[in-house]
Ligand binder design. Structure first.
Ligand SMILES: [Zn+2]
Length: 334
């Protein structure tokens, strides 16, 4: 195989994903494994190097055809020095020089990027955002990640912290956020926030609607339908399904999440004026109830001075957006 390819790496607190990506943005070979971040930096770096070597060997890729390695991870990052300044979901990872560590071991050019930015670049080059510039993407997961593509490039800002749209304040004096602000978007509209808000409100509720919540002896809460207990924790999808089925609590929390997302989209409309905003991350698996909710509230909130409301679409690359976007850091996808 001699066509140019790149290695994309998505390093999260839970999963380490590695892939060889071709010029069309297609994954040629991949490896998914648990990060096991508490083993420390050196052990994870060794896993990344082993995984890249195995992929290259397994796919019979000529090392000379590899344009480089792109790695995305949650920030904040020092992009100039190639360091992770602090990663909340990688315990003890403070000020680690990950770019140089990988460069020395892999003998390939290495680019580092924030995971939200990389996902936006992936969707822009090879996914739902193709042909849309500027493009804004919101990644709805544990928090709300985001990325802005402007003139074909990731918008970094003076301090490298542009597009931290999950920390856009949508409620003055609202819920406290670990970032130190109050009322951040991600406290209301991330997958975790939706679940947490239902469980918090459910403490005082004795009758359940379409989504029945059961507790085990340890106090963990589970969704159960038709009297059958499911052995999985409550997910944002369950809340959305409960809302569609008419459960009052689920409907209230879900509608609020969609409303705050719509408020964020109006603010994004005025800041960047994109033709499209792509919604990705675990919560986007909900699909139609998410799109319907955000679109409905967006139409109701948006101004009437000009018809420039962005289209709201779901990610088409799903969990691979960051992986493909990371490869795009070092390879010009077609
Ligand atoms: Zn915040």
């Amino acid at each position: 195989m001699n066509r140019p390819v790149a290695i994309g790496i998505d390093l999260g607190g839970t999963n380490l994903r590695t892939a060889i990506v071709d010029l069309d943005g297609l994954i040629v070979a991949r490896s998914d494994q648990p990060t096991l971040a508490d083993r420390g930096f050196e052990a994870v770096i060794a896993d990344i190097v082993a995984s890249v070597d195995a992929l290259i060997g397994g796919a019979s890729v000529d090392r000379g055809s590899i344009a480089g390695v792109g790695l995305c991870t949650p920030g904040p990052l020092d992009l100039r020095e190639g360091r992770i300044i602090h990663a909340a979901n990688l315990p003890g990872w403070t000020n680690v020089p990950i770019r140089n560590a990988l460069k020395e071991r892999l003998h390939l050019p290495v680019a580092l990027e924030n995971d939200g930015n990389a996902a936006a670049l992936g969707e822009y080059r090879a996914g739902a955002g193709r042909g849309n510039d500027p493009l804004v993407m919101l990644t709805l997961g544990t928090g709300v990640g985001a990325g802005v593509i402007l003139n074909g490039r990731i918008l970094h800002g003076h301090f490298d912290n542009a597009a931290e749209l999950g920390h856009m304040i949508v409620v003055v004096n609202g819920l406290p956020c670990p970032c130190g602000q109050r009322g951040c978007l991600e406290r209301y509209a991330s997958a975790d926030a939706v679940v947490r808000r239902v469980l918090d409100a459910d403490q005082n509720r004795d009758r359940h609607g379409a989504v029945n919540l059961s507790r085990d002896r340890e106090g963990a809460v589970y969704p159960s339908r038709e009297g059958e207990r499911a052995d999985v924790p409550l997910r944002a999808e369950d809340v959305a399904q409960g809302a569609v089925a008419g459960d009052p609590l689920c409907r209230r929390v879900w509608d609020e999440a969609c409303l705050y997302l719509a408020v964020a989209c109006v603010n994004i409309q005025h800041a960047f004026n994109p033709a499209k905003i792509v919604l990705g991350g675990g919560m986007s698996l909900v699909g139609k109830p998410l799109l319907d909710g955000v679109r409905k509230f967006l139409r109701a909130q948006a101004w009437s001075l000009h018809d420039d409301v962005p289209a709201i679409e779901l990610s088409s690359l799903g969990a691979d957006a960051g992986l493909i976007g990371s490869a795009a850091l070092v390879l010009d996808l077609r």
